[in-house]
Design a protein around this ligand. Structure first.
Ligand code: ZN
Length: 386
């Protein structure tokens, strides 16, 4: 059995986490210093991305983010527009008001009348000085914002069978079966049903999904996936559960602690909780590097896609604070192409190359994470309800 990152040595691991993230952050600062800086006295942009033609939009690449440890950033005064955003003054995880600026980014919304109003608002990520949780410091007031964000339609057959989540589902299954087999499993954020499909022979599987198109596709495949936000969907006819999974979900949801509490309430005593999320420090370095190389203009939080950002310590904390014993925190699987997907030879060759590169990178970073150097791009916790 693999050794977990933090089991039985949370204090030393937390100290190690802090040291490594400090090193990662210094590397981030060096990258920042090596790059021409943006004039902070100028407005973020005078042109809205939605006003531009596609070619022009391609040129509208957000400026590289600036590290929050830089003095210039600490001095930036910014007040979110009150009619649009609610300021988050305290850490959503532990409630502390002692925070520091971790990062600033810009949005890059697709052309859409609804999102236009948010396009020029900078994103500021704050780090809680007490628990290491990183969060976007102002969120849309519109209670329907995230439903609007997550109701897009896609090629669901492709998402179900060929998207990189198949590899993630296989890894999550292996981890769950280390601790429990049989019973009822609820996948929160079930998407088109890939995870529960992989677990259908091991558990009685159910799902909750906010995207109505994704949920409908999963139901067409024969799965009980209920449409709506977790906490609003009726589950009383099937609860309690033996396992609840949040795979790439908690980074998207306001008040993640409240969601974990709601999940605990429908979990049997001794039941298993599995949470997979991106690892902030490693993702920040990755996106910075890609930006510097001109390979990506994405940030870690743009368009309010990822509003919560975890470290191994804060992932452990969100569970321990809410009545769970953490069994393991470790590096997690990344998305890889399913090479059986229909595509040209050239595309398949490219996907194979990407899979190899991602596989090598993931194994290396996850291996270092197992040795106590938490640099995995994604982290995963397995915990048992007390
Ligand atoms: Zn905190």
């Amino acid at each position: 059995m693999r050794r977990s990152v933090c089991s039985n040595r949370s204090r030393s691991a937390t100290a190690s986490n802090t040291r490594v993230e400090s090193i990662l952050h210094r590397a981030e600062c060096l990258a920042w210093l090596a790059h021409p800086t943006r004039d902070e006295t100028q407005p973020l942009t005078t042109a809205r991305p939605m006003d531009l033609q596609p070619v022009q939009r391609a040129a509208y690449a957000p400026a590289p983010f600036e590290s929050g440890t830089m003095q210039q950033q600490e001095n930036v005064e910014y007040t979110p527009p009150e009619h649009l955003l609610t300021q988050i003054d305290s850490c959503p995880l532990c409630g502390s008001k002692k925070t520091s600026l971790a990062r600033t980014e810009r949005h890059n919304f697709p052309p859409d009348e609804y999102f236009r109003q948010y396009s020029e608002v900078p994103i500021r990520l704050k780090r809680c000085n007490s628990c290491d949780f990183v969060f976007v410091d102002a969120l849309p007031k519109d209670p329907n914002f995230f439903e609007h964000q997550y109701r897009q339609d896609r090629d669901w057959a492709y998402e179900f069978s060929f998207h990189g989540k198949v590899a993630i589902a296989q890894d999550v299954r292996r981890r769950i079966l280390r601790y429990v087999s049989g019973g009822k499993l609820l996948d929160v954020g079930a998407w088109s049903g890939t995870l529960i499909s992989g677990l259908r022979n091991d558990f009685e599987v159910h799902g909750v999904e906010i995207n109505p198109h994704a949920a409908a596709y999963a139901r067409e495949q024969g799965f009980d996936v209920r449409t709506g936000a977790f906490g609003t969907v009726v589950l009383s006819d099937i609860a309690p559960f033996d396992v609840i999974t949040f795979i790439d979900v908690l980074e998207h949801i306001p008040q993640p602690g409240g969601i974990v509490e709601q999940a605990r309430d429908v979990l049997r005593p001794g039941g298993l909780m599995v949470i997979k999320v991106p690892h902030f420090a490693a993702q920040a370095v990755k996106q910075t590097t890609l930006q510097r190389l001109g390979l990506s203009d994405e940030g870690v939080a743009q368009n309010y896609s990822h509003i919560n950002h975890f470290s191994p310590a804060s992932l452990r904390l969100i569970l321990e604070q809410r009545g769970f014993d953490v069994l393991e925190v470790s590096g997690a699987q990344v998305e890889t192409w399913n090479l059986s997907a229909p595509a040209s030879t050239a595309v398949r060759a490219t996907r194979l190359f990407k899979n190899i590169a991602r596989g090598v990178a993931t194994e290396t970073l996850n291996g270092l994470t197992r040795l106590g150097v938490p640099c995995a791009l994604n982290i995963q916790a397995v915990a048992r309800k007390r």
